[in-house]
Write a protein that binds this ligand. Structure first.
Ligand code: ZN
Length: 465
């Protein structure tokens, strides 16, 4: 499968150049002016070509509850989320399609789906999401979300004595599901990778982390987890381990160059040094951190400490969309408020690099993805610079990151295969998807979560509210 993009604008040094880009068998094989056309010819005039971005942390099935979740902090919000979680595979399939489409149409060619599993149908849930991503053709990192402690264990006990229900599935059974998923679906060459993805220290035992590390070593899998998203988790880590969560995760060997950590809001300076030393990646989810009142991650400190940072939308129930360009915009300019020294502020070009190469590094594919250079895989996005939201003509990347771009993705390729053309996803019928999402839902305004009612008094008391 070969093609040549003619006369497309690409960023070089501090400016832009108009070049041709040749792609052969999924790989970029030349970038230069006046190249011969190999394979089909794509007109790149008045378009900007960038490497595809990574939506490096999301939960696809949360799409079913976007717009309706109560204004609650994470621990209570999760209780509401799980009380109403979709339990059928058809919904898992549709929301994975929806997540893929929204990611693609906002510049992403890779998605990390920290996938919530339907109890009793764990492997089927994974198979369903994999099928959806294969149909769309987006590069997918499916990270089945696992835990082995029940929800209330995620709230610090404070001075009280708390007894938690045992989790319904034994740790070893959970690990066996993941190993089976790896055997059945892990195929990075074909665009599907399985990650080990314990949800976080708040709901996982050391035995579960140890099992994940073992699988990661055995099959060379990337590792993914939430980390210190809230103040409550910071307190909980002290109760559980007598040290910070980062110190503990380092001690048990979970942190390495293949580890991506979502949120990272409440870390100490020492923790930041550990992330840098272990070459872990931080996934910045600014919108979710706002929505759940979690706080602002110290992203500029991470960058100054040499920690790799990339962006995620997080699940659509805490965002409440999957617009990657929005996450990149907010996630960069937010820090102009948190950090006085403007010399460290994130420029639009740096934001683009974080969203592409930053993601590739975190997913251990920086040798293959993340920038426009010869030899890399053709995961590419071409933006229409004649779109109203990208006019008048100034700095295209500045407009893309700082503006409010809408419907600007003209084309996208994953592994050299075109899956968006003329602004439309070509691999699936998006009109049909819209109809299915509509048919499987209802207008809602009110609902009551029994679990929130049950755990809220303790949460308020332990958090001093
Ligand atoms: Zn998350």
């Amino acid at each position: 499968m070969s093609f040549t993009i003619k006369n497309v604008l690409i960023p070089v040094e501090d400016s832009y150049a108009t070049f041709d880009v040749q792609v052969v068998d999924g790989t970029i094989c030349a970038i230069a002016p006046d190249l011969d056309v190999m394979g089909s010819e794509i007109n790149g005039e008045n378009k900007l070509l960038l490497p595809g971005f990574f939506n490096a942390h999301t939960h696809s099935s949360e799409m079913w509850q976007r717009g309706i979740m109560s204004m609650l902090p994470l621990e209570l919000w999760l209780a509401e989320l799980y009380d109403f979680a979709p339990l059928d595979l058809e919904k898992v399939y549709l929301s994975a399609l929806g997540t893929a489409v929204e990611t693609l149409l906002s510049g992403g060619t890779s998605v990390v789906d920290h996938l919530v599993l339907i109890p009793g149908k764990e492997l089927e849930t994974i198979a369903t999401a994999v099928r959806a991503y294969q149909e769309v053709g987006i590069r997918a990192f499916v990270a089945p979300l696992i835990q082995d402690e029940s929800l209330t264990a995620g709230i610090p006990a404070g001075k009280t004595q708390q007894n938690h229900e045992p989790y319904f599935r034994p740790t070893q059974a959970t690990l066996a599901v993941i190993e089976e998923a790896v055997k059945q679906f892990h195929c990075p060459e074909e665009g599907i990778s399985i990650l080990v993805a314990p949800t976080g220290i708040q709901l996982c035992s050391d035995a579960l982390f140890a099992g994940c590390i073992e699988l990661s070593e055995k099959y060379n899998l990337c590792r993914h987890s939430h980390l210190l998203e809230t103040k409550a988790q910071e307190k909980l880590a002290q109760e559980k381990y007598g040290c910070t969560a980062v110190t503990h995760l380092k001690r048990i060997g979970f942190l390495d160059y293949r580890t991506t950590l979502a949120h990272c809001v409440h870390l100490s300076d020492r923790d930041i040094t550990i992330l840098s030393e272990t070459q872990s990646t931080v996934v910045h989810n600014p919108l979710s951190n706002f929505r759940l009142g979690s706080g602002i991650a110290p992203i500029l400190k991470y960058r100054q400490a040499g920690v790799n940072v990339t962006f995620g939308c997080d699940g659509a129930s805490s965002n409440d969309s999957q617009d990657l360009l929005e996450a990149i915009k907010i996630g960069s300019i937010l820090h102009n408020v948190t950090d006085l020294d403007y010399q460290h502020w994130i420029t639009p070009r740096q934001a683009v690099e974080m969203a592409s190469l930053g993601g590739a590094k975190g997913l251990n594919m920086a040798d293959q993805l993340g920038c426009l250079s010869v030899g890399k895989k053709a995961d590419l996005v071409m933006y229409d610079l004649t779109n109203l939201s990208l006019l008048p003509r100034t700095d295209p990347i500045g407009l893309l990151v700082l503006g409010r771009p809408s419907n600007v993705v003209d084309s996208a390729w994953v592994n050299g295969k075109q899956i968006v053309a003329d602004g439309k996803v070509t691999t699936i019928d998006v009109d049909n998807l819209r109809q299915e999402l509509f048919n499987h839902s209802q207008w809602h305004t009110q609902r009551l979560s029994p679990t929130v009612a049950q755990i809220e008094p303790h949460y308020r008391s332990v958090m001093g509210l």
